[in-house]
Write a protein that binds this ligand. Structure first.
Ligand SMILES: Cc1cc2nc3c(=O)[nH]c(=O)nc-3n(C[C@H](O)[C@H](O)[C@H](O)COP(=O)(O)OP(=O)(O)OC[C@H]3O[C@@H](n4cnc5c(N)ncnc54)[C@H](O)[C@@H]3O)c2cc1C
Length: 552
């Protein structure tokens, strides 16, 4: 590789900093320059909410590199508070404006790593000094300072995506009376509705208020007004309503912007200019599961793409496989994680998507500390190909979703998942891991051995009268979670009360879908054909939007 190759990188945080370090490791003789518009290079954006919450107390821990550090360790030049204002593709120069004034930086290879910017919805009064965003270190400092100095009592978070929810958690930790307002029907919009409900409940259990299906129209110090005219206490407001890719510079330079709004790159992270690569939140990539163009504004993909872009800018031919959108976040003392397509996402793409939900302990129930988790796998009917997974619980959630992410990368099916040989000892898991159990449930449904309906479908069918519910739970379980049913026969009494089983299409209900599976097999064995198990049982049923136990 040439000793003089000039690599210029615009943007110096996740993708840009990774690309710079990688470039110098690959070619020590290359001249690598980072142009960064902000005051910091390589900082930990993902850690910002945890500084506001005070989980992280050392501000300096979030600053991963300084210009001096970059130069000393890697020999990378960093120009801070310097904005790239134009790219001249034929002259191969970038115009910049910084503390030294206006200048032009020549490149042999250019890597764009400009990230995205938080989207500010039209809210009256959003310019007020009690309204914040949480995107950079200065944003974080401003929020922390406002809470420390002005002692607000109430907080409003506009937007219930993961950054908004992390900010809400920080406000709760700072003892603010916190409300989250989310425009869509549930918080964490990429998740399926039942998981959105679980996440919302975790926040409500911690004392936060969750308002869904509403937008914030106006804010003034102390009060916010929603689109239905209602008012909320809001001494501090944090807006987190989505991310838009920073592609203006690329667009002005004639680079191709894709259907998702991100900058188009090929599998080598190269744009339509052979000398310009791009990585991170600003690019359009391929969804690894659907094969469709998408944007995945997450740190893992940004770092890996930065590494690939640098490798290829120096003559390599490393390919990016696309992202499955694997993500995890802390919902108060619970965890939610997902990978691949959601059920609603898969259906929106026209896929024949089925799912299986299990509620299982994260390790065997007899070992102290077992915590119940909900795990849903989404797969393609017919082929059994895994499409995605979501999980929620106190423990073990990240492990199952990482297994699912690995399975997605390998193109695995529910049969492969059922056969996964996962680590087990009582403190860690179960001989049949929740992932195996979810796959068993999917196999049982797919093969016709155990006809199954989702909780949402059961709710619909019992509501429209096309089927009735047989409740197989114990009296104690029924008391804890009322579900009106056509008949109630605890599983252990089924054999001698068989005469009492209602005629007609029957949906079998147990606490989490296990006892009803046993009953289903008995009923099928006795010749019944019009019976289905409710996937995930009463625990899933109560998460169906609009569910009221009584009205069934
Ligand atoms: C509060 C918060 C929490 C998060 N938590 C997580 C998490 O837990 N897990 C996860 O996977 N992801 C998380 N993310 C997302 C993750 O941080 C981003 O996906 C990642 O930082 C994207 O990297 P990037 O390099 O593409 O962009 P960025 O990290 O945004 O960096 C882009 C940089 O480019 C600079 N720039 C833009 N235009 C110009 C210009 N014209 N001239 C000079 N410089 C320019 C910007 O100043 C910016 O510093 C979080 C993000 C935030 C804000």
């Amino acid at each position: 590789m040439s000793q003089e190759k000039r690599i210029v990188i615009i943007g110096g945080v996740a993708a840009g900093a990774t690309a710079a370090a990688r470039a110098k490791r690959l070619d020590a003789g290359a001249k690598v320059t980072i142009i960064e518009g902000g005051r910091y290079v390589s900082f930990a954006n993902c850690g910002l909410p945890y500084y506001v919450s005070r989980d992280i107390e050392k501000r300096g821990a979030l600053i991963l590199q300084t210009p001096e550090g970059f130069m000393a360790r890697y020999g990378v030049e960093v120009l801070l508070e310097t904005r790239a204002t134009a790219i001249d593709r034929s002259a191969k120069t970038v115009s910049v404006t910084g503390p030294e004034g206006v200048s032009s930086v020549p490149y042999d290879a250019l890597i764009l790593a400009q990230g995205g910017s938080p989207f500010m919805p039209p809210i009256d009064g959003s310019g007020s000094d009690h309204v914040f965003r949480l995107w950079t270190i200065p944003d974080m400092d401003a929020v922390h300072k406002f809470i420390s100095e002005r002692a607000p009592k109430s907080a409003l978070v506009v937007g219930g995506g993961f950054i908004g929810l992390e900010a809400a958690e920080a406000f709760v930790a700072r003892k603010l009376e916190t409300t989250i307002v989310e425009l869509t029907p549930h918080v964490m919009p990429p998740a399926d509705a039942e998981f959105g409900a679980l996440i919302g409940r975790a926040f409500e259990a911690a004392g936060a208020r969750v308002v869904t299906g509403r937008s914030v129209k106006a804010v003034r110090p102390g009060v916010a007004t929603l689109d239905d005219g209602s008012e909320l206490a809001a001494d501090i407001v944090l807006v987190s309503a989505g991310v838009k890719p920073n592609v203006d510079l690329a667009k002005a330079a004639g680079l191709t912007i894709g259907v998702s709004g991100g900058l188009v790159v090929d599998e080598f992270m190269r744009t339509n200019d052979a000398s310009i690569w791009a990585a991170g939140d600003m690019v359009e990539i391929t969804n690894r599961v659907s094969g469709k163009p998408t944007r995945v504004p997450l740190a893992g993909p940004a770092n890996r793409q930065g590494r690939i872009a640098a490798t290829n800018a120096l003559g390599g031919s490393m390919r990016y496989a696309g992202a499955a959108g694997t993500s995890v976040f802390k919902a108060m003392d619970m965890t939610f994680a997902m990978t691949g397509l959601s059920e609603k996402g898969a259906k929106a793409l026209g896929l024949d998507a089925a799912n299986a939900t299990v509620h299982r302990y994260h390790h065997v129930s007899y070992y102290p500390g077992a915590e119940e988790m909900s795990l849903k796998i989404i797969y393609e009917r017919g082929t059994g190909k895994l499409l995605g997974a979501q999980a929620f619980g106190k423990e073990g959630v990240d492990k199952r979703i990482d297994v699912a992410a690995t399975a997605l990368a390998g193109g695995m099916t529910i049969d492969d998942l059922a056969e996964l040989d996962l680590a087990y000892a009582p403190p860690y898991g179960a001989a049949n891991d929740p992932m195996n159990m979810a796959a068993f449930a999917a196999q049982n449904a797919e093969s016709g051995y155990a006809p199954t309906v989702s909780a949402a479908e059961a709710w619909k069918r019992s509501g429209d009268g096309s089927a009735s519910i047989l409740d197989l739970r114990t009296n104690g379980e029924r008391r804890k979670q009322p579900v009106a049913a056509a008949a109630h026969i605890p599983l252990d009494e089924l054999d001698w009360r068989i005469e009492e089983i209602p005629a007609g299409p029957l949906l079998l209900l147990s606490r989490a879908g296990y006892e009803s599976h046993i009953a289903l097999r008995k009923l099928i064995g006795s010749g019944r054909k019009d019976v289905w198990n409710i996937s995930g049982g009463a625990l899933s049923l109560e998460l169906v939007p609009g569910f009221t136990g009584e009205s069934l």
